[in-house]
Design a protein around this ligand. Structure first.
Ligand code: SF4
Length: 362
């Protein structure tokens, strides 16, 4: 498609969204629950293009943002040990714990290695047999299979000094928690394409069946997002609720059976704490007993204090789409990407960071 063709297609979709929003006869609010969608929406300025009756709000789609303080405090405490090397993706370095961050721990001498794939952690473990190498496994269904594959690879290779500190989370229970929250008002969900590659679309059917809300799995280009929003608006205007797949090139109803198999082999669902939302039943993943030898929390347990709210930070409400970042008194003042108070400003996929970088929306 040429740029002119793309522009024309976008205008057609926007006109259809406007028609359907008028037909709905009430303001519509749709929530995206994927950090990559958030960034695409802001980068393309889609919020500002939508008609007055349609608003987009961001949900808890950034895994770094929903990782609670006590997880970061544990990671920092493990990193501070002489016998530990911490392996992590770079986006975790500046995430604040309750008193410090991994970046500060590194400045104080902790051995922290930035990895680009979980398997890099296996190499670090092989190269440092006298140390315990702890990989920070943070993410949704998108990353859980690769973390599980890392554990299987370590077991298969007889590597005994590699461990996970797991904060893997599951998206469907979080959607349920949002819909059960009376403070959250949404008329449908732009469902996460990357997650759905693994889970498939059927797993989201409860959104329509139990809550009578539409959901559309979307790809990541601005046009793909507009197409999904068009389908959401059409359903909302007609009073219908279905799960549709607007990312059929890669997402199937049943998802990736192999990725699900690996995940199920290594992990089991447990209750998990989400920053700003609290504990959501069966929304996290813990390694099964057969793999306990790779779980640093069972091999080397340590206690950290219960997380306390961060004074002034409204990340919890931002992550539920209840307030927008500029409604936080710290936004753009005490809290900016180079000096973030909360995780929503640290991660490139965080809604506060997107809002700060790309400007306002609706
Ligand atoms: Fe928290 Fe900063 Fe976002 Fe405010 S602007 S909610 S302090 S991350």
């Amino acid at each position: 498609m040429t740029r002119a063709e793309e522009r024309a297609a976008a205008q057609e979709l926007l006109a259809e969204i406007e028609r359907q929003s008028a037909r709905a006869g009430r303001p519509l609010r749709f929530m995206e629950v994927c950090g990559t969608h958030t960034v695409s929406i802001f980068r393309a300025g889609l919020r500002q293009m939508l008609p007055a009756g349609v608003a987009l709000v961001s949900g808890p789609g950034c895994p770094v943002c929903v990782t609670p303080d006590d997880y970061m405090d544990k990671a920092i405490a493990y990193a501070a040990r002489e016998d530990v090397i911490l392996a992590t993706f770079g986006d975790m370095l500046k995430v604040p714990g309750s008193a410090s961050s991994l970046a500060e721990a590194e400045a104080e001498g902790a051995d922290i290695r930035i990895v680009y794939s979980p398997l890099d952690a296996l190499r670090v473990a092989r190269e440092n047999p006298e140390k315990k190498v702890v990989f920070l496994a943070v993410g949704f269904e998108t990353t859980a299979p690769t973390a599980a594959a890392l554990v299987l690879a370590a077991k298969g290779a007889g590597v005994k000094n590699l461990f996970l500190l797991s904060a893997q989370k599951l998206v469907p229970p979080a959607l349920r928690a949002l819909m059960d929250d009376p403070a959250v008002r949404v008329d449908g969900f732009l469902l996460p394409g990357h997650v759905a590659v693994v889970t498939g679309t059927d797993i989201f059917s409860f959104v329509a069946a139990d809550y009578h809300l539409p959901g559309v799995v979307a790809g990541f280009s601005p046009l793909a997002i507009l197409r999904a929003l068009t389908r959401l608006t059409q359903q909302a205007a007609a009073g219908e609720a279905r799960i549709e797949n607007e990312y059929e090139s890669v997402v199937r109803r049943e998802g990736s059976c192999e990725a699900q198999r690996v995940m199920r082999l290594v992990y089991e669902p447990v209750d998990a704490r989400w920053r700003g939302i609290g504990i959501i039943p069966r929304s996290g993943l813990r390694m099964r007993d057969a793999f306990a030898a790779y779980d640093i929390e069972r091999v080397l347990p340590l206690e950290v204090p219960e997380p306390r709210p961060r004074p002034g930070c409204r990340c919890g409400e931002v992550l539920r789409g209840i307030v927008t970042p500029p409604e936080c008194p710290l936004f753009g003042k005490a809290c900016v990407p180079t000096h973030a108070v909360g995780p929503c400003m640290v991660s490139v996929e965080g809604v506060c960071a997107a809002w700060y970088k790309y400007g306002q929306g609706r």
